[in-house]
Design a binder for this molecule. Structure first.
Ligand code: IZC
Ligand code: ZN
Length: 425
């Protein structure tokens, strides 16, 4: 077969070779490292992965593009499997409130937080929201992210705004090199109109919105903010089960701030992932391990919430829960698109090893999006999504934190980002 693109002389080629499923326990340290590695690509697929030179059956010609991996570390494209990418406005005014001691849930309770982004998103046009989300997606790509999940949830009872958000995610998926996976999340806050009667809003989500989202194929997942003062465990269960009955896979914002039993709920319902889990109970963690629910951890959010509490990632891995990592990019609790910073936080604060971190940010992130058969590792037949880091080894990427180590990003077999073409990022 002919190679259109070859990356060779790679000092550290991190393949993540292994089963096409979320990796657990010590598997999370098996990164399939090849020294002096070489990768060949035809079209949008990987056709060869090895050491040294290409074998004779891989043809090259004058059109084959060669990239030099000397001094570089190459990994699968990063997967950011939890973001609130599409939204209007920003919430920097909350910083002063937080510095004065206001808590995220107090701001929400007082009608700010998510509600202020809901008004900004409702007001913004499709084009305005599209341009803003595209700008963030460009930044994410620059940090090495090739697949992103994007949630709705800033329309709430205004279904047209929910549809607008999911429509933007779909259009970005078509227009932008980064793949965008859409999640329906009208159950993100209780709209003021339904403050005294949340049941009515939940019924609308279940009987009107979910069937329409499924019919129009607007989302792959359904998610709920299961949290004190937002949706209870019982309410979340109803919504997630309604989603499942219409073919929407389940994810849940679980035990982010208060320990409500979100991890247990995720195991009972059969969620693909439970996200946040900062306050997850030991029993919940055990149940997740038994049911194969992925713990999607978001340490940059914990950092930004200023509560000095992080998910017990080590315990989760020891118990056999597969861990993935995401930015949680959103205007309130985590205004950053920087997946590499998340990776550093995961290691420095949550004590994951660099090997566990890269597993969590690639193959396990892919599994959080049910895309583990297609992406997340550098193996023959998988999508040609790679990051070439200007870093001599994996440890360096994580240790030298807060900057962008990306040299080039290859998405679907094409070079779509080159550091040399950007002044700085
Ligand atoms: O806009 O505050 N946690 N939802 C749940 C968010 C954070 C997003 C936001
Ligand atoms: Zn979130």
């Amino acid at each position: 077969m002919k190679a259109d693109l070859v990356v060779k002389n790679i000092d550290n080629l991190i393949t993540l070779k292994g089963p096409s499923r979320a990796r657990t326990k010590e598997e999370m340290r098996e990164i399939g490292l090849i020294k002096n590695g070489i990768v060949a690509i035809n079209g949008d697929k990987i056709i060869y992965v090895g050491e040294g030179e290409l074998p004779a059956d891989i043809e090259i010609d004058e059109n084959t593009l060669f990239l030099d991996g000397k001094g570089k570390t190459v990994t699968p494209g990063l997967v950011d499997s939890h973001t609130h990418l599409v939204h209007g406005g920003s919430r920097e005014h909350e910083l002063a409130m937080k510095l004065n001691g206001a808590k995220y849930l107090d701001i929400l309770e007082a009608g700010g937080g998510i509600h202020s982004t809901v008004s900004a998103t409702r007001k913004a046009s499709f084009d305005e929201l599209y341009r803003k989300a595209k700008k963030s997606l460009d930044i994410m790509l620059g940090y090495g992210v090739t697949t992103v999940e994007a949630k709705s949830g800033y329309g709430l009872d205004d279904f047209d705004t929910e549809i607008k958000q999911m429509g933007i995610a779909k259009k970005l998926d078509e227009d932008h090199p980064v793949d965008v996976v859409s999640t329906f999340m009208a159950a993100h806050a209780i709209p003021s109109k339904y403050k005294d009667n949340p049941k009515e809003f939940i019924n609308i989500i279940i009987s009107e919105m979910i069937p329409e989202v499924a019919k129009r194929n607007l989302a792959k997942f359904c998610d709920v903010f299961c949290e004190k003062g937002v949706f209870t465990v019982e309410e979340s269960k109803k919504i997630l089960e309604a989603g499942l009955s219409h073919g929407l896979l389940a994810k849940v914002h679980a035990d982010e701030i208060e320990s409500l039993g979100g991890a247990e709920l995720a195991a009972e319902v059969g969620c693909v992932s439970a996200d946040h889990l900062v306050a997850a109970s030991d029993k919940g963690i055990k149940m997740m391990a038994e049911k194969g629910v992925i713990a999607n951890l978001l340490p940059a959010t914990s950092f930004n919430l200023q509560a000095n509490k992080f998910a017990k990632a080590r315990k989760m891995i020891e118990e056999g829960v597969a861990v993935s990592l995401s930015t949680d990019y959103n205007p309130g609790s985590c205004p950053t698109e920087n997946m590499q910073l998340v990776m550093s936080f995961a290691s420095i604060i949550m004590k994951l090893t660099p090997e566990e971190v890269i597993t969590a940010a690639t193959i396990n992130g892919a599994a959080s999006l049910k895309l583990e058969e297609k992406i997340g590792s550098i193996e023959i037949g998988k999508k040609a999504d790679l990051v070439i880091f200007d870093a001599p080894n994996l440890n360096y990427i994580i240790y030298h934190f807060g900057i962008n180590h990306t040299d080039k990003v290859v998405k679907n077999g094409k070079v779509v980002f080159e550091k040399s073409k950007h002044i700085s990022c």
